[in-house]
Write a protein that binds this ligand. Structure first.
Ligand SMILES: C[S@@+](CC[C@H](N)C(=O)[O-])C[C@H]1O[C@@H](n2cnc3c(N)ncnc32)[C@H](O)[C@@H]1O
Length: 333
């Protein structure tokens, strides 16, 4: 049964039974970028290390509630240390297009802009700090997927390339885990099929008259072609445009297209997908569309309500009845 729970992720997760959830896909708040206006929210800690420690304790609980073969797909962006004088500075707060995000009383301005060992203009390296902290906490760090944002925003900076990517880390609770590679494999291009068939030497003996790959013959190279010759394994650079779905007050939503492969590879139809930073409910929307159940947690009750309304209007496109209902809503403060 699907549900949305209101509260601080680390506390709410403690109420979920161990080994009960198939997978988790989520995007925590960025560091030092947004004030969601809630007591206990993450992202406004005084140091990057405090932020990493908070997220590590949340994902420690996520690990506990995941089934032994479960995975975590973690979308995380980076932040820069700054001088405190730019367009995000308090002096500029309330001006122009930043109006809604950066009011004068935003707690974002209380977050220092430089720290020991991190100078103004330095990229902090948040994604890898978190990845290494999670690995030290027992997670298996399995893949760093690059989300290449096809329509990323222009930046005014003239002394570095425009940033157009974020990370999705694939982490697992155990060394062996559920990963349905076939559910997300990609069609091979014709030119690649021809190249594989040609091979380095004469490969024609592996093919029948109808051009089909003959079974029962050991092919020395590329043995996966015996099974999947029309497809290739999904690669670790994913080109996905940023969101087109608009929600009045929520910021930093990820697109459904980005997390669909995570859900397809990480769970079976009818399985349960967890998101401890639910926001506008994109994870629930994608899970329901793909015939999975979901558990969403967010500290902001208004977001939970909006997410609930959004997901209610979605019709599953996969699976039977299990995730077809609108689910149940629990509020735990
Ligand atoms: C980047 S947004 C998630 C966006 C979401 N992936 C979507 O597509 O809408 C991060 C969310 O984390 C929530 N949040 C911040 N601190 C939290 C905490 N301590 N516990 C639970 N949720 C928290 C914020 O309210 C915000 O909705």
């Amino acid at each position: 049964m699907s549900e949305i729970l209101v509260g601080n992720a680390v506390e709410v997760l403690k109420e979920i039974p161990a080994d009960s959830v198939d997978m988790c896909v989520t995007s925590p708040p960025y560091y030092g970028l947004r004030d969601y206006g809630e007591k206990g929210q993450y992202g406004i800690e005084h140091t990057p290390q405090e932020y990493i420690d908070h997220l590590t304790s949340v994902f420690h609980e996520v690990k506990r509630v995941l089934k032994p073969d479960g995975t975590l797909w973690l979308n995380i962006g980076d932040s820069y240390a700054g001088s405190g004088k730019g367009p995000m500075s308090k002096a500029m707060a309330g001006n122009g297009k930043n109006n809604k995000l950066y009011q004068k009383d935003s707690r974002i301005y209380e977050v220092p802009k430089v720290w020991d060992g991190i100078k103004p203009k330095d990229l902090i390296g948040i994604p890898w700090l978190l990845a290494f902290a999670l690995r030290a906490d027992g997670w298996y760090l399995r893949s760093d997927i690059i989300w290449h944002k096809l329509n990323c925003l222009p930046e005014s900076t003239k002394d570095r390339p425009t940033k157009c990517h974020e990370y999705i880390f694939l982490l697992s609770k155990s060394p062996k885990y559920y990963y349905d590679y076939k559910a997300i494999q990609e069609p091979l291009k014709e030119v690649s099929k021809a190249r594989y068939k040609r091979g380095r030497s004469d490969n024609s003996k592996y093919y029948g008259k109808g051009n089909e790959l003959l079974q029962g013959i050991n092919r020395p190279h590329d043995d996966y072609l015996r099974f999947d010759q029309q497809y290739r394994r999904k690669r670790d650079v994913w080109e996905v445009s940023t969101n087109s779905y608009k929600m009045d007050e929520h910021f930093a939503m990820y697109p459904e297209k980005l997390i669909e492969p995570c859900i397809l590879a990480g769970s079976r139809i009818g399985g349960t997908v967890l998101d401890p930073f639910f926001g506008s409910g994109t994870t629930g929307a994608a899970a329901k569309r793909l015939g999975r159940e979901y558990i969403g947690i967010d500290i902001n009750a208004r977001y939970c309500e909006k997410a609930w309304q959004r997901i209610a209007g979605i019709a599953p496109q996969m699976g039977g009845n299990s995730a077809a209902g609108a689910g149940k809503r629990d509020v735990c403060q």
